[in-house]
Design a protein around this ligand. Structure first.
Ligand code: MOS
Length: 711
């Protein structure tokens, strides 16, 4: 009997495959007789296609098919809303009519024998437009209330929430802060580009696709083509990063399938880096006003958090932008208002720590401004407003380790040596700043299934359709399975990333371990119990030898009703040190220390890597990332890795300390995990901008804090 595999810092079970090039990503599943597709994209943001000439393209070498709205088959586009789709609105329909809704929208598909031939022929398609005045300037669009506001766990709430009387409390407050914070559009930019290989056999379709949710792809493409989802086999074992961009099924997957049908051959469609800015979502531009009222002794009396974000004019994307303000700090009078700015852009989507990363930036930057106005230490201010329970839901927290996280992270950081005055700490000519912020992310949990099969040789195969876009699902699930089966980890083979495996929710929202992990644990326990009972032995190996054939069990996990009794979130605290060059305006992050209360930690090594990744993502958000949108036409002039800056190794600080507060939360799910993927991104950007204020005395409220803003 092997125990305590959960909690061990094991190296990745798929690590060797990845570093030796043996891991196969979507675009690498080349098929016999495969053709290649290239997309022709709109060069206007709004209007109609006036004419589209394909004759020249059709005569180009190697050409197999050129599809436009004139000759593309009419698709079913049956009503269908997946978990990750906006609740309100209708997905973009490709090549179905002459309407143009956004810059870069697909207007034609070219299929040819080779990639080069497809790319060349795509340049020969001549399109003219009857342009219309579109809305592409986010600074000039009037935000409106959405039909409904989607929050965490796919639920909805009214776009306005209130408790108490925030107006009266703000007017009567002894100390006020009232500022507006802007975060520009950001793109996910995973290293691996989105790619799909599509192959039809009759009315059965196989898709090798970059996906965080293989069953979501099957359901979506089934609805688009009007065929049963069961006819669609989606294969996606390895994902080279995604950060949310592969949670939905985007139009290029439909195009790959359309191309394969037209060609009568398998077709590969891989997006270029540039195309990744025009069709797989992005973190929307947000504008947030935060007004805080407090008493002189540092008690919050009012919070107003009023935010809006860009969306497309065909879908109302919304995310949990304001949720944290409803419960993170104790406050009797709270008002939140969420609005959307519909524009001629393609629909944004979830990007790492969607909602919380943006919303908590504004809230925690405002809290720092309040701490300065009150002349109270920022940690002390938060401690004075630590709530006893979730004051929005009126429920106790299932667990909440904020106090412990402040203590652990501040201690490791050496916060007590901070001199509070801005510009008071230096290293030679560099200005040193120390800043902090609180982090939170919900414990999400959605139904999942898993299968465990014990074999006579004493090994086991365990499977679930989950994805592993990088966090280490493969490894952590193998650990959960091995512990539940009572087998050494080497004797357990876990499979994922295939729609023929048991169903899972999207691999996002930090819910994979809670959801899939609970199902894997249940299936493995069941298989073990069945085997021991049938084999009439207390020893699994002996039982399996005696049975002489496979013993298989499947199990489902389901959230139950804990969310009716508890408010369930991970919490954390992030501390950063920055050095700002007063002459160049350049900010370098020197240290980040984060402490997290995230329930049980299944694998401290991959968990730490998650947090380090989130910290680096937070550096990008604070200092670098910005998808520039040309206000005239919706073009993204920096749609490439040369001009869209992301942190590289040289930008990562030498010190990134990750501390896990010990938590035993029996309420959240059978494994006691609260999710870790997203919280690591939350709180980093405000901790950095708060540190920049401490270093320089300059409060920059519009991200990213590039050198020009500090000069
Ligand atoms: Mo994460 S944005 O839920 O992939």
């Amino acid at each position: 009997m092997t125990t305590a595999i959960i909690g061990k810092p094991l190296s990745r079970v798929d690590g060797r495959q990845k570093v030796t090039g043996q891991a196969t990503y979507a675009a690498e599943f080349d098929q016999p007789n495969q053709a290649y597709a290239a997309v022709v994209r709109s060069t206007v943001a709004a209007g109609r296609i006036a004419s589209i000439e394909t004759a020249e393209s059709e005569q180009a070498p190697g050409i197999i098919a050129v599809l436009t709205h004139h000759n593309a088959p009419k698709l079913a586009y049956a009503p269908h809303k997946g978990f990750t789709d906006p609740v309100v609105g209708e997905r973009l329909h490709v090549l179905q009519d002459d309407r143009v809704n956004h810059q870069g929208q697909p207007v034609a598909l070219v299929v040819a024998d080779t990639l080069e031939q497809a790319g060349h022929a795509a340049t020969l398609v001549r399109v003219t437009y009857a342009p219309e005045t579109g809305t592409t300037d986010v600074t000039r669009v009037e935000p409106v209330l959405p039909t409904q506001q989607k929050t965490d766990q796919g639920s909805t709430q009214p776009p306005e929430t209130r408790r108490g009387d925030h107006e009266k409390a703000l007017a009567g407050a002894e100390v006020n802060v009232d500022e507006t914070y802007v975060i520009p559009r950001e793109n996910h930019n995973p290293i691996e580009m989105h790619a799909t290989i599509a192959a039809w056999e009759g009315d059965h379709l196989t898709l090798w696709d970059k996906s965080q949710w293989v069953h979501g792809v099957a359901d979506e493409i089934g609805a688009v083509f009007g065929i049963p989802a069961e006819n669609i086999h989606v294969v996606s074992p390895f994902v080279g990063g995604a950060f949310g961009s592969a949670l939905r099924t985007w139009p290029h997957v439909t195009l790959a399938a359309l191309g394969a049908r037209a060609a009568g051959r398998p077709v590969k469609l891989m997006l270029s880096r540039r195309e990744m800015y025009y069709g797989v979502g992005y973190r929307p531009h947000t504008v947030q006003r935060v007004a805080l009222g407090a008493s002189r002794d540092g008690r919050l009396t009012a919070i107003l958090h009023d935010g809006y974000e860009e969306t497309s004019n065909y879908e109302e994307f919304s995310e949990a932008l304001l949720s944290a303000s409803q419960f993170l700090h104790s406050c009797p009078n709270v008002f939140t208002r969420h609005r959307i700015a519909p524009m001629n852009v393609h629909t944004p989507t979830y990007m790492r720590a969607p909602g919380e990363a943006s919303g908590v930036f504004a809230l925690e930057a405002a809290m720092d401004e309040l701490a300065v106005a009150l002349n109270i230490d920022p940690v002390e201010l938060r401690l004075r407003n630590e709530p006893e329970q979730d004051e929005f839901k009126n429920l106790p927290f299932s667990s909440r380790s904020t106090r412990e996280c402040y203590r652990l992270a501040a201690g490791r950081f050496g916060w007590d040596r901070r001199s509070p005055e801005p510009r008071s700490m230096r290293d030679g000519r560099l200005l040193i700043g120390w800043g902090m912020a609180t982090a939170t992310y919900p414990m999400n949990f959605a139904p999942a299934s898993a299968m465990a099969r014990l074999l006579p040789d004493g090994t086991a195969e365990v499977a679930s359709a989950a994805s592993d876009m990088g966090p280490g699902t493969w490894t952590s699930m193998t650990q959960v399975a091995a512990e539940a089966l009572g087998l050494p980890i080497e004797q357990v083979k876990f499979s994922l990333g295939d729609s023929r495996l048991p169903k899972t929710p999207p691999h996002g929202g930090s819910m994979t371990m809670a959801s899939v992990g609970s199902a894997v644990q249940a299936a493995c326990r069941k298989a073990r119990e069945d085997a021991l009972a049938r084999g009439g032995a207390n020893d699994l190996a002996a039982a399996m030898r005696r049975i002489g054939q496979a013993v298989e069990a499947t199990a489902d996990s389901a959230p139950g009703d804990a969310s009716k009794r508890f408010s369930m979130h991970s919490f954390g605290a992030v501390f950063t040190e920055v050095a700002v060059d007063p002459d160049l305006g350049e900010t370098r992050v020197r240290r980040i220390v984060g402490a997290y209360g995230a329930g049980r930690i299944v694998n401290p090594k991959t968990a730490r890597s998650q947090c380090v990744g989130g910290m680096i993502g937070g550096i990008g958000m604070a200092l670098m990332e910005h998808s520039i949108v040309d206000a005239r036409n919706g073009r993204v002039p920096n749609a490439n890795f040369a001009e869209y800056a992301v942190p590289v190794h040289a930008d990562a600080p030498p010190v990134m300390d990750v501390i896990f507060a010990e938590e035993h939360d029996p309420h959240v799910n059978p494994l006691g995990v609260k999710g870790l993927g997203e919280i690591a991104m939350v709180g980093v950007a405000p901790a950095i901008t708060n540190a920049i204020f401490h270093a320089t005395g300059k409060r920059i409220r519009e991200l990213p804090v590039t050198p020009d803003k500090l000069l």
